[in-house]
Design a protein. Structure first.
Length: 484
């Protein structure tokens, strides 16, 4: 049972934070409130009246909007078309009022400080920009209750500040906000009240100002969590990967990468930080062979020049990628957990050239235990798991390939504080075995926590290289702000 006897009160004009580990039931509860799930026990009262929504449209009509943790956009439609999907404006003649919709979409984007045309196809946006479009969709409804499920998981810095300004305006208008986030520091900034869920049950609720960071974590996980201590690489520092003059020019787009050169040692965690649009994701994708036709430069593995023209070449060479968007690029959500884990390494689950279900199950069970994936069993459909557990499945499928180089793009996005600590420890264990890790993260604290060395990017260029023991938030941010 995902939820059991959960009680929740959300007040108008207040921001109520919902906290809990991955799998605690937060997203399930929100899907019930927003009409996604209609089969449940218990009673919902909205504006003092009992309600039972027949679907999301009924919840929206009643005044409830939700920003989902996993983006729900149609990639090949424009921003305007996505924002107004299902609630299009019409002229007096019954035709689509494209002018009015475009003007309203522009106004919403301006409110969120998104400087792209409303005609832009969503597939051409990065994940952070798509997140802002998802927020714009919710704002269009002018709802009385707005549920925000991990709204800052893909945005940073100025975008977060803009969102908080919008939330404060909504609060002043008497709107009720339900806010789910694993970034505890931001909850102390924006939330008035808190509710803690654990294993599908309500543990405690109260005022945020009466709590501390450590107390909230203790209530979420039921025990104290010892912060991970950074282990610096004191090994032989043998060069594992070297990039020389990597550039990327994409058709109809400005240059994304300009003469990137870097090296990665065996057993090293190399952190890469940059603001949105700095080219971090494009760099990892280029190394993984996703932009071979538009990229130039040389890649060396163990000192040997290696041609990588497609992802299969990268995997063969021992380079694997955890993508920024696990839902779109990292998993087949309709497949079972064991099928996702075995997909890149089917030879390990074969007998005489045929897929062996018992071998496949044993392989999956090994990684489920190793990574602590919370799932009823290896046959569970992947889309039914929480975002954090889905991310662990992406990690599991690549570990079975015994990689030399691990490219991690926002590896803890949507993962709770306990699972983050587990991920950091796993990274240290892998580095101790000699695997080289390049990690892109939008969280400065994360970069400082796990990196042995830090590179900073701005506008497709490396602007600084900082040893971990010299790195501070201040000098990293200064390097991340382009001066040209």
């Amino acid at each position: 049972m995902a939820l059991e006897n959960v009680n929740l009160q959300v007040d108008a004009g207040k921001v109520t934070a919902i906290l809990g580990e991955n799998g605690a039931g937060k997203s399930t509860l929100m899907k019930i409130l927003s009409g996604v799930y209609t089969d449940y026990e218990g009673q919902i009262f909205f504006k003092g009246k009992p309600v039972h929504f027949s679907g999301t449209a009924a919840a929206q009509d009643a005044g409830i909007a939700i920003i989902h943790q996993e983006l729900n956009l149609i990639p090949h439609l424009s921003i305007t078309e996505n924002i107004f999907l299902g609630r299009e404006l019409q002229t007096r003649l019954g035709l689509l009022d494209k002018t009015s919709m475009q003007a309203k979409a522009t106004a919403l984007l301006n409110t969120l400080c998104v400087t792209v045309s409303p005609d832009t196809i969503v597939a051409d946006l990065k994940v952070g920009q798509q997140q802002m479009v998802e927020i714009a969709k919710a704002l269009l409804l002018d709802a009385d209750l707005i549920i925000m499920d991990e709204p800052t998981s893909a945005i940073t810095g100025a975008e977060v500040e803009t969102l908080f300004k919008v939330i404060n305006r909504l609060r002043e208008q008497g709107k009720a906000i339900v806010y789910i986030s694993h970034k505890l520091n931001e909850l102390f900034i924006i939330a008035d009240n808190y509710v803690v869920l654990r294993d599908g049950r309500t543990i405690e609720s109260g005022l945020m100002r009466s709590m501390t960071h450590d107390e909230l974590i203790r209530k979420m996980v039921g025990r104290d969590i010892r912060p991970m201590q950074k282990v610096f690489n004191n090994g032989e520092n043998k060069e594992l990967l070297r990039l020389e003059n990597i550039s990327l020019q994409q058709k109809n787009k400005a240059g994304k990468l300009h003469d990137i050169s870097l090296s990665l040692n065996s057993g090293e965690v190399l952190g890469i930080f940059g603001l949105m649009g700095a080219g971090r994701t494009e760099l990892l994708e280029t190394v993984f062979g996703l932009h071979a036709g538009a990229a130039s430069g040389n890649i060396y593995i163990n000192g040997k020049k290696t041609g990588i023209y497609k992802p299969a070449d990268a995997v063969k060479a021992g380079i694997v990628l955890l993508p920024e968007d696990r839902k779109k690029d990292g998993l087949v959500l309709g497949m079972e957990v064991k099928q996702n884990i075995s997909l890149p390494c089917l030879e390990a689950a074969e007998t005489m050239g045929l897929l062996d279900n018992r071998k496949e199950s044993r392989l999956a069970q090994k990684h489920i235990r190793q990574l602590g994936i919370k799932t009823p069993d290896e046959k569970q459909i992947t889309k039914n798991l929480s975002g954090g557990n889905q991310q662990k499945i992406v990690m599991a499928k690549w570990l079975e390939r015994d990689p030399k180089v691990l490219l991690l793009d926002e590896p803890t996005r949507g993962i709770d504080v306990n699972a983050k600590n587990e991920m950091y420890k796993l990274m240290q264990e892998l580095a101790a075995k000699g695997i080289g890790i390049i990690m892109v993260s939008s969280e400065l604290t994360e970069i400082l926590t796990v990196s042995n060395r830090i590179l900073v990017m701005a506008e497709g260029r490396i602007t600084a290289e900082i040893p971990a023991n010299d790195a501070t938030e201040d000098n990293i941010l200064k390097a991340a702000i382009a001066t040209n």
